[in-house]
Design a protein around this ligand. Structure first.
Ligand code: ADP
Length: 490
């Protein structure tokens, strides 16, 4: 099969969060299984050019219709760790992708509507006819709309579209100008509630809703989150449209790239290990302590690695730090936030705890350091308010680091409580709490820290259970292929 991914992120060349990891990991898995995969991305000025091999111009004059004129683009081709990638660079006053950041601008919907249109135009002009185009999140959700309302009638009538929603919170809400810019036009038609009309704001169109209505299949990134999106407020107003289209909607758990995340081969950690050489993990613990100025004490290290976003339960992360210190554990944090308020709060916290020999907060993004943290810590804490899938807990499990998580989204599908899960003991791999409040968090941390101190052999069993799980792309890769086959034959 020939599959084209159209996305706003790809790890490690242009990664902000899990979306980038998923696009890379899934593409790689599909190629391993013998399918042809190409990825189309914006050419951001801030992307990590050092992660692209052989970058060069492949298509010089791509003219993308925009409003009543057209924008001239250059398309580059390069390999990102073996993946075939096309990067679209528009040349216009708007400077869509030359802004030293991936996201966070007031004309965000225009930037990505343009990118999506340019991706389709590129496929059209080059005569590429993928069996499946896989789009991701609101940024590329207009692709099926434009494909089936415009490009289909210009000869692109074979590709099918699978759209994956990684985060329902950001939906791409825009006005009629997007319709005029992309050539879709006809506001009366698209503002209709059965198409792109936003259910909460009748004067707006909703990109993500368009993706749901027009795609041949829609997924979100875990079975539990698929349920939450339909039946709870976590669909952020899209529950109704998901219900209408339930026959083509489902949850596929993300995988983790086990090539990149493998304690047996990881170049970023001090000592490599697996489930039968688990003692070596503790060399990493020592290295982590040295790197983070923590004292060497008989204490577990609890970590948080991730974005510092309201979604992640920032008030609970903050509480976890103090509770860990109080209960005889050490704490390391690696995270950053685009929100100034949250960033400042954690900088203040860092200063406040600066002298504490049991705690270190690293504010920023550091891929290499994250590997050492996963390897050197005993536990990770994830008190998310919502979590469509979550990669952190799956990476942690792979590194023999016990996850302490809130029972939400993909965390429910991947972490099974040591004391309360209905699963057999050998399948239990962490700690789970339900209420997003201090007592809830404390109940799980108390049990985890207690087991580490009082029953080290039992704790070790939990570590080994976790390492035995296969959260690679193996199974989700097959799940997506099944979906592609299903829609291709429709
Ligand atoms: P989300 O997509 O909501 O950000 P996920 O758990 O799905 O959360 O994916 C987060 C990914 O990003 C993980 O691979 C995690 O290790 C990585 N990550 C997040 N923040 C940082 C950071 N500050 N430094 C290094 N890696 C980070």
């Amino acid at each position: 099969m020939f599959i084209v991914m159209v996305a706003s992120e790809l790890a490690p060349v242009a990664k902000v969060g899990g979306l980038g990891d998923v696009v890379f990991g899934l593409s790689r898995e599909l190629e391993i299984r013998g399918h042809s995969v190409e990825i189309i991305l914006p050419k951001y000025d801030c992307m990590r050019h050092d992660q692209v091999w052989g970058l060069g111009v492949t298509y010089q004059d791509l003219w993308v219709p925009w409003y009543t004129g057209a924008i001239h683009c250059t398309v580059y081709f390069g390999f990102v760790h073996g993946r075939k990638c096309f990067f679209i660079e528009p040349h216009s006053q708007d400077n869509f992708f030359n802004r030293c950041a991936y996201y966070g601008f007031t004309d965000e919907h225009m930037r990505f509507a343009f990118f999506t249109k340019a991706a389709l135009e590129f496929l059209h002009k080059t005569g590429k006819r993928p069996d499946v185009i896989h789009t991701h999140d609101w940024q590329t959700a207009l692709l099926p709309v434009m494909l089936f309302e415009m490009y289909k009638f210009q000869g692109m009538d074979t590709p099918r579209v699978c759209h994956t929603i990684h985060n329902f919170k950001h939906q791409g809400i825009a006005g009629a100008n997007v319709l005029w810019a992309t050539g879709l036009g006809r506001p009366d038609y698209y503002f209709h509630r059965d198409r792109l009309g936003d259910d909460l704001n009748t004067t707006a169109i909703n990109f993500m809703k368009g993706g749901i209505v027009y795609s041949n299949f829609v997924t979100t990134v875990s079975p539990q989150h698929a349920w939450e999106a339909r039946f709870t407020d976590q669909g952020y107003g899209l529950g109704h449209v998901l219900h209408t289209h339930q026959g083509k909607f489902g949850g596929v758990l993300n995988g983790v790239d086990y090539d990149m995340w493998n304690p047996e081969t990881d170049p970023h950690i001090a000592e490599r290990y697996n489930a039968s050489t688990i003692e070596q993990k503790y060399v990493n613990k020592d290295t982590l302590r040295e790197r983070m100025w923590l004292r060497k004490e008989f204490k577990p290290i609890i970590a948080y690695v991730g974005r510092l976003d309201q979604q992640k339960g920032v008030h609970l992360i903050r509480h976890a730090i103090f509770y860990a210190l109080e209960r005889g554990a050490q704490f390391v944090l690696l995270g950053s936030s685009p929100e100034l308020g949250i960033n400042n709060e954690f900088w203040q916290l860092k200063h406040h705890l600066n002298e504490n020999p049991d705690c270190h907060l690293e504010i920023g993004y550091d891929e290499e350091l994250s590997h050492l943290i996963y390897a050197g810590s005993d536990m990770v804490v994830l008190p998310s308010l919502f979590e469509p899938c979550g990669l952190t807990q799956m990476i942690a499990l792979r590194y023999g680091t016990v996850p302490i998580v809130r029972a939400v989204g993909g965390l429910v599908d991947t972490v099974f409580d040591r004391d309360h899960s209905g699963r057999p003991p050998e399948e239990r791999n962490g700690y789970v709490f339900h209420h997003a409040d201090f007592p809830g968090l404390e109940s799980a941390m108390y049990r985890a820290i207690g087991l580490w101190h009082e029953y080290p052999e039992e704790f070790r069993k939990l570590v080994v259970n976790g390492m035995g799980y296969d959260y690679s792309w193996n199974r989700p890769g097959q799940d997506y292929l099944n979906i592609y086959e299903l829609i291709r034959n429709k």
